[in-house]
Structures are given as structure tokens and as C-alpha cells.
Design a protein around this ligand. Sequence first.
Ligand code: BDR
Ligand code: CA
Length: 310
Amino acid sequence: KIPIIIDCDPGHDDALMLMLAFGSGMFDVKAVTISAGNQTQEKTLANALKILTLIGANVPVYHGAEKPMFRDLEIADYVHGETGLDGPSLPAYTTKAEPITASEGIANILINATEKITIVPTGPLTNIAVFLLAYPHLKDKIERISLMGGGVFRGNMTPSAEFNIYADPEAAAIVFSCGLPITMCGLDVTHKALVFQKDIDLFRSLGNKSGNAAADLMDFFSIYYRKNRLELEGGAALHDPCAIAWLINPGIFKTKPCYVEVETKGELTRGKTVVDFYNVLHKEPNVLVALDIDREEYINMIYNAVKNLP
Ligand code: BDR
Ligand code: CA
């Protein structure tokens, strides 16, 4: 099993990412740490605890930063609703976050780890940047970072920037320049990682609690995409599970190693992942940029994972 720590801000697609991670049986999930992004820290934490309860996953959860490093928190309630996970009715939970922060939790896990651990962030990168600044000596215990964020050719928060990177560009700049191998599942690939109504119906036909919740989540999420992203032809972009899917089967992705930096100062380009696609700078690539995915295989992978859950 691949040892990982997940950092997320659930969020509909984050919730599906958790279902894929746990249902696939491929991972030893050491912890789930929580970022503020799609909603406030309080709400994304509650959502993570609800989903983990639903799918019967018993792992330590650590609360993270309440806001980006230097910016105000801008939530995405226009996509994810008032709770951050509007749509399904989710179980009550009795579990709690650990009494220490995400960065302290990550540090403890890495100190005690006997093998290198992969970090999978699917929200703004605040917690990971805080960790890297506070514990630089532990960086070598990280195998790689497989994240959802950014994009080569498009933005969704602004014309230049994707939400997770826009939300905390200084944190993203720290992570992208940290020297660890990074896989970036940005909008180029996630806008091809589409789920259609016929797929949602299939999840519902599974008949288990998780299948119903997955279908409800995708139904809610799809409404936004049908209204706002007409070029996706009625499909909804299932962003976050890509970061896990790449670890399960990189063979279903098309990728390209590129040198990438994050813009933190630009007036129109705050949070843009500036990708040297044609290597005009002749710098060593620091990021494996995902560009395309076999959509059918991807949905199948998530479907099979959800099938394994309660
Ligand atoms: C990203 O932003 C959030 O709304 C999603 O959960 C995903 O992580 C897509 O831009
Ligand atoms: Ca997310």
C-alpha cells in the first residue's frame, strides 16, 4: 500500500477523492488534514468527519489554518453551497479532530515514519507551506506531492488562475519551489475528467450508502457546471480524485514534465501556475503536469472504489 497524507477542503469533489482513496484499498492513509477553501475551516473539517464516518474510515484528522498565509479567505459557496457539501444528507458524527494542527500532525507522522510518505493536497496549499517552513528538515521524508490545482491553459477563479492556487498563491509558490517532485492535476486534465448523468445513475444503482451519497454529491455539483461551464457539454469536472487516480494508475494520464512557478504579484494573474510548456527557460522541470485522462477508466476506477465502501 502507498503511504499518503491527504490535505483537503471538502467540498464535493474532495469527498469523492476521499471515497476513491479509501475505497480503492491502495493506500495506507496516515492522516487527513483540513484546509480552508471551499468553505471555512470549521465547515470543511465537519464535512471531512462526516464523509469519513459515512465510509467507515478511521484515521486521524488534523485541523488546519483558518485562512491563507497573507490573504483573506475567499470561499467557493457558489459551487459547494452553504455547508460546503450541500446535497446529500450525511450521517451525524462523533469523531473529533486531533488536538494539534495539520502541520504539527504531518511532522509527527513523518518523524515516526519508516518509509517516505506522499502528500496529496486537493485544496489551497496553506497547511503544506506552513509545514515546509516550520519543519524544513523533514522534507526529505516526503516521497512526492500529487496535487489538484493550477492549469497550463486556463483558469476558473480568474481567467489566469485556478481556485486552489488563487486562494493562497504565496503558499502555492512555497510548495511549487520546494524541490520535491510534484504531480500537478490542474484544469487541463480535470476539465477532461468529466462525470455525466449516466455515470451518476450508475453510482446510484450501486445501492450502498456511499453510492447514494456519491450520486447526490455529483448531482449537486453538476448543477453548477451545467449553468456555468457550457463547453463541458453537460459533464461536471471531477477535479480532486485525479490527484489520487494518478497514484493508482498513472497509465490513464497524459503528462509532461515542465518547469512551473506560481505568480503571486500579478494584478491580473494572481495565482497563475506559469508553466514553461516549451522549455524556453531551459530550466530543469520541477512538475509533472497532467494534461489528459482516459475518462472512462477514471470513472470506472471511482465506481469500483465506491462499490467497496459501506
Ligand atoms: C478546485 O476548487 C475546489 O472548488 C474544488 O474542490 C477543487 O479542489 C477546483 O478548482
Ligand atoms: Ca478541493
